[in-house]
Design a protein around this ligand. Structure first.
Ligand SMILES: [Zn+2]
Length: 446
């Protein structure tokens, strides 16, 4: 089966795997003609097709895949068509559940099979398990191929002997599409009655090196909804393109419902936000404040003094991370000296506020490191760093300044913070810098 997809992902994420769908004996799908253009016949009952709205092409399109595209993935689909297919997809997923409740209404008599685990599961029970699995896989970030792993199948069999899991393709295709449609419908319902929404977007590279962008909507009651993911690998991320993508989302939901666009990225995205604010005067163009505070910690770490200290810090930490015998000795000494909070920490490049944890981890190990640095088997460069005059005092000065930033970022990332938290955090930072001794850290204070 071949399926050409540009991975154009407007309301969410899923592309269908058409090989799993039955095509025989069903009435002609409503997708043909008005919504999807049939082109060349590939084989009996199979056509190459193009979406009338976004021009996405499928070498061999199936009605189910195309309906799923129109309800979950098409970026240019008009709202009424989108609603139509979204309702169809969720109705299909609900069919079994409905028949189950109808049956219950018809006969109140309790079946013996309700109590004894049957060797054959009812379709509604299978559907419930499938839905629960899809949700667990997505929310816990478990790759879908795990469903075919013999150990995972054994686990499922232990929990429910009669359950036969479907293939990876069906899970990541049909079932995921149905769950996505459910989620989309709920999000649309929630956003329909909302006002003062905020939109934000961010981009990253996935494991296949595709450039994925998310568009997230925040409501005034601090709920956040992933509106869509877009694969922009084949496009240049110009301000014009990004502004179009944001405008697309705004138009889908209703631009009048929004009051702010918040971004934290480079020049192109800032320029895109300016275009949006100009195009929609009701939408304020704001910067992400926790990102700004994060940038302050990066600026602090860039100062010559902090930079020099962090290079020395790196020499020490890298040595202990590489040399397991030295690391073991350090761990034993740390235990003997009641050092708490774990071993030496490395920092995460993209999260500068972790710098405080790293610096503080070495301060916590001051006693064991002072004992260890005189031993012959320790690397010479590590010894010379640890013997540098006032090495720990200087690290303490950096940690002292970085601490308020770390606290401020943790508060800003929490769900119930307000701008006053940010203000107080910045005041604390200023106070910390002012309290550094003037003579020793003059250049650092500046
Ligand atoms: Zn389309």
């Amino acid at each position: 089966m071949t399926e050409n997809s540009d991975n154009d992902m407007a309301p969410p994420i899923v592309l269908f795997n058409t090989s799993m769908l039955k095509s025989s004996g069903k009435p002609k799908s409503i997708v043909w003609g008005n919504y999807i253009k049939q082109e060349k016949q590939i084989s009996k009952g199979h056509w190459s097709v193009t979406c009338n709205y976004c021009n996405q092409f499928w070498y061999k399109g199936s009605p189910a895949a195309l309906e799923e595209h129109l309800s979950n993935s098409c970026k240019n689909v008009p709202p009424d068509v989108h609603d139509l297919f979204l309702n169809r997809l969720t109705a299909k997923a609900l069919e079994v559940g409905m028949s189950k409740s109808k049956k219950r209404k018809l006969g109140n008599q309790v079946q013996l099979s309700d109590f004894i685990e049957s060797t054959k599961l009812t379709p509604e029970h299978i559907k419930d398990i499938n839905r629960a699995l899809v949700k667990a896989f997505v929310v816990c970030g478990i790759p879908f191929h795990i469903i075919e792993n013999p150990f995972f199948i054994e686990l499922l069999k232990t929990l429910c002997l009669a359950y036969e899991p479907s293939s990876n393709n069906i899970f990541s295709g049909r079932y995921l599409a149905q769950e996505t449609a459910f989620a989309n419908q709920m999000i649309i319902k929630k956003l329909n009655g909302s006002k003062n929404l905020t939109i934000t977007c961010d981009g990253w590279s996935n494991s296949s090196n595709d450039s994925i962008w998310n568009f997230v909507i925040y409501t005034p009651d601090r709920c956040q909804y992933l509106w869509c993911l877009r694969n922009l690998s084949n496009e240049k991320h110009t301000q014009k393109l990004l502004a179009e993508e944001i405008a697309n989302v705004l138009e889908n939901i209703g631009p009048e419902k929004f009051s702010a666009v918040v971004m934290n990225l480079g020049a192109n995205i800032k320029a895109a936000c300016r275009i949006i604010a100009k195009q929609y005067p009701n939408i304020l163009n704001l910067r992400c404040i926790s990102h700004m505070v994060n940038l302050i910690s990066r600026d602090i770490c860039k100062t010559p003094f902090a930079n020099r200290m962090l290079t020395r810090y790196n020499t020490v930490v890298s040595y202990f991370k590489r040399n397991y015998l030295a690391d073991l000795t350090l761990k034993i000494l740390a235990e003997e000296n009641l050092v708490e909070g774990g071993g030496l920490k490395r920092w995460v490049d993209t999260r500068w506020h972790t710098m405080y944890d790293c610096v503080f981890s070495i301060i916590r190990h001051k006693v064991p490191l002072e004992i260890i640095h005189n031993r012959d088997n320790i690397n010479v460069s590590v010894q010379s760093v640890l013997r540098t005059r006032a090495f720990f005092d200087d690290l303490y000065a950096i940690a002292f300044v970085l601490r308020p930033i770390k606290i401020t970022i943790s508060i800003l990332e929490s769900r119930n913070c307000s701008l006053s938290n940010c203000f107080v955090g910045l005041v604390r930072l200023e106070a910390a810098i002012k309290r550094l001794p003037e003579n020793d850290y003059r250049s650092f204070r500046q």
